[in-house]
Design a protein around this ligand. Structure first.
Ligand code: XMP
Length: 510
């Protein structure tokens, strides 16, 4: 398989670059600049290299640099922003810096003829973010784009297949950016377009058939996207030698435990053990009011239940986990072996006698995991489900957690989700759910006075969950959900809609 190396110089878009390349069906992987060298690059047989942006200036003492020999390997290189300046500097050019020439945001760029810009019009909008700029071209290079402030918005040395762009082609604000990345990987690096989820599924299943023949593998299944896709993939490779343990802590959404069981055990015939530990968790949570204490109790209890149950199932050779590529990159820039904690509920023990960890999704981005899940036949609703916190409804019930409150929040949440779908609003929100506030208020039902709990509906729209906007839902959807919740969920008198954004609020209430 042909592959592109993205060398990370600390830019905020490093993962985005790799994703954009992969969306052209060319495999790309990321390595930190200080964790790779020319020898390894040649050994790995990369067909092209991309230098990312970064926050530094090439003349800063601490700025990341690379062995200039990389430009002489005969492998095409594309430098982006800082990577472009670094390439100019490494090749003998000069970089200047002046506040007056800084550009930030959408900028009109004028393009010359270049294989990099095939299909790009003579002028087009690109995303700029820089103060430094290439002031003197290295020998053998020419300018292939400029803007009103930046004389060298792009440069190239076609003979050596070296290209640099001051703007960011990987962000969607650069209108023809994807086109440029496509030109780089297909026309300049001449990569074969052989990265797709059909092949990935087939080759990974084959690989594990061989590597795990006769071995027993344990997987903690949460019902979330990653562990679900990992489970189906591995079961196709090793069948009943894969055992999935699904700890139902009783704090899942309405009917979710049954859905998970039906999907994996029923539909896929996976060797799955469901542990109904609801009462045990509830017992531990009795009288606990403090949010962090709730999380800690659930995390610790989860590990205990998992250990006990897997202990009963005999000896396992490997522990399988749904680690995905961003976890690997974020924790070690692509080079360290990372064990992801099990859906954040405390982490699984590392020393319960496994001889290794199996991570079938270790090279995939989330959107690729979803595509793979669909190829493997997982239900669409599971593959595209909204995120759900490991501690479950415990972070959506304020005050003491009781069976009665869990039922109320489950029912209200199910109604809200139904009404979001009925009103075609489920696609406009990134995450939406019900919260049960431990606040009681007076209501009236028929001729009777009631004194019930309050449900808060929460819906947010976000790209990365680091910041989030409350979703501007139509009143009709809120009205229907509110009417149904107060009518159908016993014990609820009032429904409110949360209009706080993150920050200062968080997405979850606890
Ligand atoms: P917050 O509340 O921090 O949530 O704004 C951001 C995203 O993270 C999810 N979340 C969690 N996920 N374990 C998880 O697996 C947790 O303890 C947890 N807390 C929050 C939340 O649902 C949202 O998507």
């Amino acid at each position: 398989m042909d592959k592109i190396l993205v060398i990370d110089f600390g830019g905020q878009y490093n993962q985005l670059i790799a994703r954009r390349v992969r969306s052209e069906h060319v495999y790309a992987e990321i390595a930190a600049y200080n964790k790779i060298d020319c020898k390894k690059i040649v050994e790995e047989g990369y067909k092209g290299i991309i230098f990312t942006g970064g926050p530094n200036s090439v003349y800063d003492e601490k700025s990341p640099h690379f062995d200039p020999e990389i430009l002489n390997l005969g492998i095409p290189v594309l430098g982006i922003c800082y990577g472009h300046q670094l390439m100019a500097y490494m090749a003998g050019g000069k970089v200047g810096s002046a506040e007056s020439s800084s550009e930030y945001g959408k900028t009109t760029v004028f393009f010359e003829e270049s294989p990099l810009f095939d299909g790009t019009p003579a002028e087009s909008i690109c995303w700029m973010s820089h103060t430094d700029f290439v002031s003197d071209l290295p020998e053998g290079f020419k300018i292939i784009a400029h803007s009103s402030k930046c004389g060298c918005a792009a440069m190239s040395c076609d003979e050596r297949k070296l290209y640099g762009v001051q703007f960011h082609p990987e962000v969607t604000h650069s209108v023809y950016g994807q086109n440029m990345l496509r030109n780089f990987v297909t026309k300049i690096c001449k990569c074969k377009l052989d990265w797709n989820m059909d092949d990935y599924a087939a080759t990974t299943i084959e690989k594990y058939k061989k590597e795990l023949a006769g071995k027993k593998v344990l997987l903690g299944l949460s019902g979330g996207v990653d562990s679900s896709v990992a489970a189906v993939l591995l079961s196709k490779a090793i069948g009943d030698n894969l055992v999935c343990v699904f700890v139902d802590h009783g704090l899942l959404r309405k009917n979710e435990g049954d859905f998970v069981e039906e999907t994996f055990k029923g539909h896929f015939g996976i060797n799955m053990v469901r542990v109904n530990a609801g009462p045990r968790f509830l017992g531990k949570l009795a009288g606990v009011l403090e949010p962090e204490a709730k999380r800690k109790i659930i995390g610790a209890e989860f590990v205990r239940v998992f250990e006990e149950e897997s202990g009963k199932l005999g000896k396992f050779d490997y522990l399988a986990q749904g680690t995905i590529y961003p976890d690997v990159v974020e924790s070690g820039n692509g080079n360290s072996a990372v064990i992801k904690s099990h859906h954040n509920v405390g982490g699984l023990p590392e020393d319960i006698g496994f001889s290794g960890v199996v991570e079938p999704l270790r090279y995939l981005f989330k959107d690729e995991v979803r595509a793979l899940g669909e190829k493997l036949g997982l239900p669409h609703e599971l593959v595209y489900r909204q995120p759900f916190p490991g501690p479950g409804l415990a972070v959506r019930i304020t005050g003491e957690i009781t069976e009665e409150k869990i039922k109320m929040v489950q029912d209200a949440d199910a109604i809200f989700r139904e009404e979001m779908a009925n009103g075609h609003c489920d696609k406009m929100a990134s995450q939406y759910f019900a919260v049960l506030a431990d606040v009681r208020s007076v209501g009236v039902m028929g001729d009777f006075r009631t004194y019930g709990y309050t449900i808060i509906l929460r819906s947010v729209t976000t790209d990365d969950f680091m910041t989030a906007e409350w979703t501007r839902l139509p009143f009709e959807v809120l009205e229907k959900a509110s009417n149904r919740i107060t009518n159908e969920v016993k014990g609820i008198t009032r429904v409110a809609y949360d209009i706080s954004s993150k920050p200062p609020a968080t997405v979850e209430w606890l």
